[in-house]
Design a binder for this molecule. Structure first.
Ligand code: FRU
Length: 479
């Protein structure tokens, strides 16, 4: 068991200098200490301290898993890196300690996750060769973990499920415990062609140890072939199902990324597909998870990345031994029938200083930036982040916001690593926009969080310019 943790420590030490000196390291976002990071896991506030665990591959910058990384914070923006909390050390999780969640109860933390096994051999890993086990560990402090305990196995899933069943999110309601899992059901279309359907399984328990299936949700008509990272919570009295469907066909201004993440309202008398709304319109957003802070706020953190995108775009930090980060924590509220996401209010306490645009320009090298424009007029508003042609353009016009890394001839800018264009629309006119830039990540909140764009951007320090044009009251703050 010590072995895995030892290897992580050695790798971290070996790469420390290279990683630390990388110009793309952020100031306030959670990153892998070395190697690769993906989904946020086990999000919670425990005795005042925020704990974020994450899918972590210290030994391979291109992923592969193996660990739950761990960091803590008192304010959601300054993070301390802790020793990893979990690694693969029992037969049930030998190919991966996959995603999961935390439940806090009576001063104890309970973590639920999927142990993944891929048997060596010639398997498709859908119908054969994969074992997905749901496991639980307990902790009195968030750092030291109990023995792992199996709570659900292949024998507990419905017959028509494939072997893809994972990512337990657990909550307590009316004295009982509930656990939702993402799943892929075997299905065939009218011509007899295999066409799997994504869905979720909901289990119930009275003691967190013995679970029985209480509901299965698989839509009539397929809405993607697999749903990952489900989350169920109540926001302003409305029950929300958040999930990550894979296999949705791209539409012009919807589902622009390879895999999606969004939410549906569960109590609307409408199908989940009908109310499905994307969480984010940018290039880099997947596997969000929410938790309730001690003061009752519903906070969301996501991976600022998407699986399997190596072919379309890249993260230029790979050469320095690391890639990916998590998003800023966002506060969720219900407004006009949909969920708004704003940066957690602790952002206000970071010590922002007013800065001035000179002739509409600012040089932000080394600084974290917040640019706000209000009262955007008919003629629209534009910001360019970068240097000359090597820039990201954020264009607002009417109800439409566009992020573009392309120049006038349609060539992608170096700082986008292959990223092109993303579009989002607000219900009415777009009047307000807030752009947060922390080194290599930009998060753009439109109309107070009605739509949000998350994107990575790789500018060298000397390339970090900012240019604004168009009508609207602009405020620039930096730290
Ligand atoms: C989503 C995901 C999860 C899985 C984890 C493995 O990005 O594929 O479904 O638990 O990543 O790292």
């Amino acid at each position: 068991m010590e072995n895995g943790f030892q290897r992580e420590r050695e790798e971290r030490k070996k790469m420390e200098g290279t990683v630390k000196n990388c110009p793309f390291r952020t100031n306030y976002h959670i990153m892998p200490p070395v190697g690769w990071l993906n989904d946020p896991n086990g999000l919670c506030q425990f005795g005042g301290v925020f704990h974020v665990y994450f899918q972590y591959s210290p030994l391979n910058v291109h992923g592969g898993g193996g660990y739950w990384g761990h960091c803590t914070s008192r304010d959601l923006f300054h993070w301390t890196y802790e020793e990893p909390a979990l690694t693969t050390d029992i037969p049930e999780d030998r190919s991966g300690v996959y995603s999961g969640s935390a439940l806090i109860e009576d001063g104890r933390m309970y973590l639920f996750y999927t142990g993944n096994v891929k048997l060596p051999g010639d398997y498709d890993y859908v119908d054969a060769g994969r074992i997905s086990t749901q496991l639980m560990v307990e902790s009195g402090d968030g750092f030291h973990m109990s023995e792992k305990r199996k709570i659900l196995g292949m024998e507990d899933y419905p017959e028509h499920m494939t072997e893809h069943v994972r990512d337990p999110k657990v909550w307590k309601e009316n004295g009982r415990y509930y656990l939702v899992l993402g799943a892929r059901a075997r299905a065939w279309d009218s011509e007899g062609k295999r066409r799997d359907k994504g869905g979720v399984l909901i289990y119930v328990s009275d003691n967190k140890k013995d679970w029985s299936l209480c509901r299965e949700i698989v839509p009539e008509k397929a809405f993607g072939y697999m749903w990952e990272c489900p989350d169920i919570f109540v926001l302003d009295g409305k029950r929300v199902l958040s999930f990550c469907p894979q296999g949705l066909e791209r539409e012009k201004e919807r589902f622009q990324n390879l895999y999606q993440s969004g939410y549906s309202l569960m109590d609307k008398g409408k199908s989940l597909e009908e109310t499905f709304t994307e969480w984010d319109m940018g290039f880099d957003f997947y596997a969000p998870q929410t938790f309730e802070a001690e003061d009752g706020r519903r906070i969301l953190i996501a991976w600022a990345g998407v699986p399997d995108t190596e072919q379309t775009h890249r993260n230029l930090s790979v050469k320095n031994g690391w890639q990916h980060c998590l998003t800023f924590p966002g506060e969720l509220t219900f407004q006009d029938g949909r969920i708004f996401r704003r940066p957690a209010r602790e952002l206000e306490n970071l010590g922002w200083q007013k800065a001035e645009l000179e002739n509409g320009r600012y040089d932000w090298a080394g600084k974290t930036v917040r640019l706000t424009a209000e009262g955007i007029g008919e003629d629209g508003w534009t910001a360019r982040i970068g240097d000359g042609e090597n820039a990201l353009t954020v264009r607002v016009m009417g109800d439409r916001t566009e992020l573009s890394f392309l120049d006038e001839n349609g060539n992608p800018a170096k700082c986008g690593g292959g990223r092109g264009v993303r579009v989002g629309r607000t219900k009415g006119k777009t009047e307000q926009i807030q752009i947060l830039i922390d080194s290599s990540i930009a998060e753009i909140y439109v109309n107070g969080g009605e739509i949000v764009f998350t994107t990575r951007i790789y500018l060298e320090k000397e390339e970090r310019g900012l240019k604004v044009s168009g009508e609207g009251n602009c405020r620039l703050e930096v730290i």
